[in-house]
Design a protein around this ligand. Structure first.
Ligand code: SIN
Length: 475
């Protein structure tokens, strides 16, 4: 599959150098994409800029109709998109189908919500004056998306951007451009006018550099590491560009003495091992109160042992390969550092060697973990659950907040008043209370502290693509 980039309604870039796309389950090359750079990115921005006037002047109802059509095309093609997604990213096929439906839900929800962009009138303090607040689309949006959710992270940006009246240039992750290309082909089939959606693949530094320096781009929306997010902030400062950043996490899970153990174990497994632990909001460290510690640990080990690792295209697989060697090296370093410093490894703790260049890692449970270990301080992005015993709820909260990250946190307690007290003290943008899977199109997603700026999803996700225009009218 040699694919092309999409600029101003044309599939182009055949003469550019090609970048291979690998299947992480087998290390085989499954396709190529063009290595675009500054010039193609500028062309794509110009196309988005030209299309902005007509797209932004359509009524919200007209834009909604395009998005509804697009939503149905994604749903009609779930199986095909999911197969591409599994082949280039590795997650199990059933999970990939779930991601594609989740991706479609953003298009559907914002198709509806785009009709509810309201301004307001403000009572004047003097006679003979009217004060209005209007909402306007930000303008051309550049979106940089990650490999771990190759479909949903595109639509979570594209849905609200298009609904608000913005046009967009997408740059998918180098590991997973094929899902993005398929999604853009469906946008084309939905009849979304030329220039409204554009896609470039290739040299990340050149593409990103053009996004940040080109004055026609009014907003950059990025999902990825905190390190790159900080770099983008510095570059965005030159033009005071509107930025949304969805960055790293290091989610704590608090299991309190009165938790329902079965519910907690099921949710912790779902949170941690979904996508093989390669999810920004997945639980990264678990603090268990001593009254429930043994019971929780035993059940967790037992459930983890049932999980099947393998090629995501095979039936019954729960965990696919890690994305690449760097991903594996980080997981391996965290596990070795923890065991060297005294953690006990009950299950997993090793790579499963299927073949040289594919990196499968056994789901792992570590106990007797302590705060000085690397794994309690950094995002692991792999299938490893480190468990630390704590005596009190206060101790669990203090450990939970002991991080520069603030994306997601989880708490398990059956007590309503205790649960409310805990959630008020957790410094995180998303909190799952007795719930390991909090994400939804209609809910705000994003973090505090070094986990990012702004929110995606929900009404906040639409607001992120709107400017506020205040008008004062002398009568
Ligand atoms: C992410 O890893 O940022 C996406 C997870 C989600 O949307 O639930």
């Amino acid at each position: 599959m040699d694919q092309l980039i999409y600029i101003n309604g044309q599939w182009t870039g055949a003469s550019l150098d090609k970048i291979p796309v690998h299947n992480p389950a087998t290390s085989q090359i499954i396709g190529t994409v063009p290595k675009a750079g500054k010039k193609e990115t500028r062309d794509a921005i110009d196309a988005a800029h030209s299309a902005f006037t007509s797209w932004s002047r359509l009524t919200a109802y007209e834009r909604s109709e395009y998005l509804e059509k697009y939503y149905h095309l994604i749903i009609d093609n779930v199986n095909e998109i999911a197969s591409i997604l599994t082949l280039e990213m590795g997650k199990p096929l059933a999970e990939a189908k779930g991601e594609v439906r989740y991706a479609a839900s953003f298009i559907k929800w914002f198709a509806e919500e785009g009709k509810r962009v309201y301004g307001r009138t403000i009572p004047s303090h003097v006679d003979g004056k009217e004060m209005l607040v209007l909402k306007a689309p930000v303008g051309v949006v550049a979106a940089i998306t990650p490999w771990n959710f190759p479909a949903a992270m595109i639509t979570r940006k594209m849905g609200p951007a298009l609904a608000a009246g913005c046009t967009i240039v997408l740059k998918p992750a180098k590991q997973t451009p094929l899902t993005a290309i398929m999604l853009v082909k469906l946008a084309e089939q939905a009849g979304i006018p030329k220039g409204v959606v554009n896609l470039v693949t290739g040299n990340a530094a050149e593409i990103g550099g053009e996004f940040l320096s080109n004055p026609k781009v009014r907003k950059v929306t990025f999902t990825g590491s905190t390190e790159i997010g900080k770099e983008l902030m510095i570059q965005a400062a030159q033009h005071v560009k509107n930025l949304s950043l969805e960055l790293g996490g290091h989610a704590p899970i608090l299991i309190l003495d009165d938790a329902d153990v079965d519910k907690a174990v099921k949710s912790v497994i779902a949170s941690k091992f979904r996508n093989g632990g390669q999810t920004c909001i997945c639980g990264n460290r678990v603090y268990v109160q001593e009254g429930i510690y043994i019971q929780f640990l035993e059940k967790l080990i037992n459930e983890t042992q049932q999980l099947k690792v393998g090629n995501g295209m095979d039936e019954g697989v729960d965990i696919g390969p890690l994305i690449d060697k760097n991903g594996f090296l980080k997981v391996d370093e965290h596990v070795h550092n923890a065991t060297r410093l005294g953690a006990k490894c009950w299950v997993g703790g090793r790579r499963i060697e299927v073949q040289e260049d594919a990196y499968y890692y056994a789901p792992t449970v570590l106990s007797d973990v302590t705060q000085e270990m690397l794994i309690m301080n950094e995002e692991t992005f792999g299938p490893v659950l480190p468990i630390q015993k704590v005596s009190t709820v206060e101790e669990a909260i203090a450990y939970a907040n002991l991080t520069p990250y603030g994306l997601a946190a989880y708490v398990f307690t059956e007590s309503h008043s205790l649960g409310m007290k805990v959630i008020h003290q957790l410094d995180f943008g998303i909190i799952g209370w007795n719930d390991g899977l909090p994400s939804a199109a209609q809910a705000p997603f994003g973090g505090m502290k070094e986990s990012g700026l702004g929110r995606e999803g929900g009404i906040e996700g639409l607001e992120a693509f709107l400017e506020t225009k205040y008008v004062s009218i002398g009568l």
